[in-house]
Design a protein around this ligand. Structure first.
Ligand code: HEM
Length: 125
């Protein structure tokens, strides 16, 4: 891992972000707490997440260019995000990072960066 580069670049750029969301969403869909919140056709969600995580980790601003200000907490308000669901989301992300071969310390850094937003999106106990 090169600390002078972005997380996006450390992960491996566009190809790695694609692999990450492709590893992540099947786990989300299988998770008993998360699966029921998502539509059967997960492809549009995967594409948006690819665009969002790309910019979140310091790559090109794909999400904002297409959809404007992310307002991610607001976009999650229609869904009951509990602390348990935030934990489950992060656990799926940890498994996905492992699956695509992202090792420590980068894996821990990525998860730490995502845990802030995940718990910030909690909108119901
Ligand atoms: C805390 C637990 C979380 C839950 C339960 C959750 C759940 C959801 C759900 C149900 C959707 C909508 C799917 C649809 O379009 O029908 C969604 C969309 C999305 N989520 Fe999450 N999410 C969580 C955390 C996060 C985190 C931590 C991030 C990124 C930092 C994130 C990024 C996104 C993005 C980019 C979208 C697409 C937004 C759009 O429609 O433009 N989510 N999420």
């Amino acid at each position: 891992m090169n600390p002078s580069l972005s997380i996006y670049e450390n992960l491996g750029g566009a190809g790695a972000l694609r692999k990450l969301v492709e590893a992540f969403y099947p786990k989300v869909q299988k998770d008993p707490l998360l699966g029921p919140l998502f539509p059967e056709d997960i492809t549009p969600v995967m594409e948006k997440q690819y665009m969002f995580l790309t910019q979140f980790f310091g790559g090109p601003s794909l999400y904002s260019d297409a959809y404007g200000h992310p307002m991610m907490r607001a976009r999650h308000l229609p869904f009951p995000v509990t602390p348990e669901r935030a934990e489950a989301w992060l656990a799926c992300m940890r498994e996905a990072l492992e699956e695509i071969g992202i090792s420590e310390p980068l894996r821990g850094i990525v998860l730490q960066r995502l845990s802030g937003p995940a718990f910030h999106f909690v909108n119901t106990p």
